[in-house]
Design a protein around this ligand. Structure first.
Ligand SMILES: C[S@@+](CC[C@H](N)C(=O)[O-])C[C@H]1O[C@@H](n2cnc3c(N)ncnc32)[C@H](O)[C@@H]1O
Length: 316
């Protein structure tokens, strides 16, 4: 399988991460190695890049592509929520920079055969890590109608979530829904024609995104990860997160805001008594977006948002 190495906002990532020789970095979402490949070249001869991905195909590709940098890279097939344990294993206490480029890779959508794309006729798996967990097939065929509708509404912001869930339940009573194309056809049939005619995106786009987020626990993983990532950064170390979904971006924005001003005293208190001190500063006030040139070259970049926080020097 040929792998694509196009990454989102590569120049912005390098500028904000500012990798330097001899330092320690983590790429939590190695994917097609676009970012990792650029970071590792900046840290030679004696820096270390720790690369993580929960997709074994991505990791396998990374092992081949990054082979020339073997002494400067350690790769882990794992969920990034296990970063604290990975660092402990390497006897590393803290690092100079951490990158998260969330969501799916081009390779997962186009070549994985796991049913991520409604344009293909593949088994509805949708697991990034094919070793464990429930599949989209399990959700679509077993989950009760209300819960299905909630998933489409919450993760996909799909306004026809109830109609779609109803149509899925009707349909699966006749035959189980096995493939991405079967599901896409059922979803398209549930959306009023007048509405879908006006839309620029395929009628099943939101449902597929919602299912993928649910199958892979994407929002929960992000929250868990952010829960202790500040402790893993050195003073001055930076966290960069690229998200593709407004719910993810909101989680990152709130995390930065909370650690920037963690005081929980009621606003009417004349001074702080809770004693909670800022842990990070926001390097990007607003999310950084890809420029139009990048979007023209790589339409997948169009919904990307990058946020950057820096650990303050005064906290341990
Ligand atoms: C958008 S791609 C990354 C692309 C990569 N930055 C590049 O330049 O090629 C996202 C990758 O993150 C991985 N991923 C998503 N959630 C993960 C998690 N919780 N733990 C580890 N990897 C994850 C996916 O398997 C996918 O390969």
């Amino acid at each position: 399988m040929s792998y694509h190495h196009i990454s989102v906002m590569p120049n912005e990532v390098l500028a904000y991460l500012d990798p330097k020789p001899g330092r320690l970095y983590v790429d939590c979402t190695v994917g097609g190695t676009g970012h990792s490949g650029r970071i590792v070249r900046e840290i030679l001869p004696d820096g270390l890049l720790i690369g993580i991905d929960r997709d074994s195909d991505a990791l396998g590709n990374a092992e081949t592509v990054l082979k020339p940098f073997l002494t400067n890279i350690r790769l882990f097939h794992d969920n990034f929520i296990r970063l604290p344990a990975i660092l402990e294993k390497l006897q590393i206490e803290s690092v100079d920079g951490i990158l998260l480029d969330l969501g799916l890779s081009f390779n997962q959508i186009e070549n994985s055969g796991r049913g991520f794309s409604f344009g293909k006729d593949e088994f509805l798996d949708m697991r990034m890590d094919a070793r464990s967990g429930i599949t989209a097939y399990d959700i679509v065929n077993d989950m009760d109608e209300k819960k299905l509708s909630d998933i489409f509404f919450r993760y996909g912001e799909e306004r026809f979530s109830r109609r779609i869930a109803e149509r899925i339940v009707l349909s699966r009573k006749k035959n189980t829904i096995r493939t991405s194309r079967e599901l896409a056809t059922i979803v398209a049939g549930a959306i009023p024609y007048a509405h879908s005619k006006k839309q620029k995106i395929h009628p099943a786009t939101r449902v597929f995104m919602a299912l993928r987020i649910a199958v892979n626990n994407e929002l929960e993983n992000l929250e868990t990860f952010l829960g202790n990532v500040a402790e893993l950064l050195k003073p001055g170390g930076r966290l960069l997160v690229i998200s593709f979904h407004s719910l993810e971006d909101r989680i990152v924005k709130h995390w930065i805001r909370n650690l920037e001003s963690p005081c929980v005293c009621p606003p009417q208190f004349p001074e702080c008594v809770c004693g909670k001190k800022p842990v990070v500063r926001a390097v990007t006030r607003k999310a950084v977006l890809p420029d139009q040139r990048e979007i023209d070259l790589n339409p997948m970049a169009r919904s990307a948002r990058l946020r950057v926080a820096e650990k303050l020097a005064s906290v341990s």
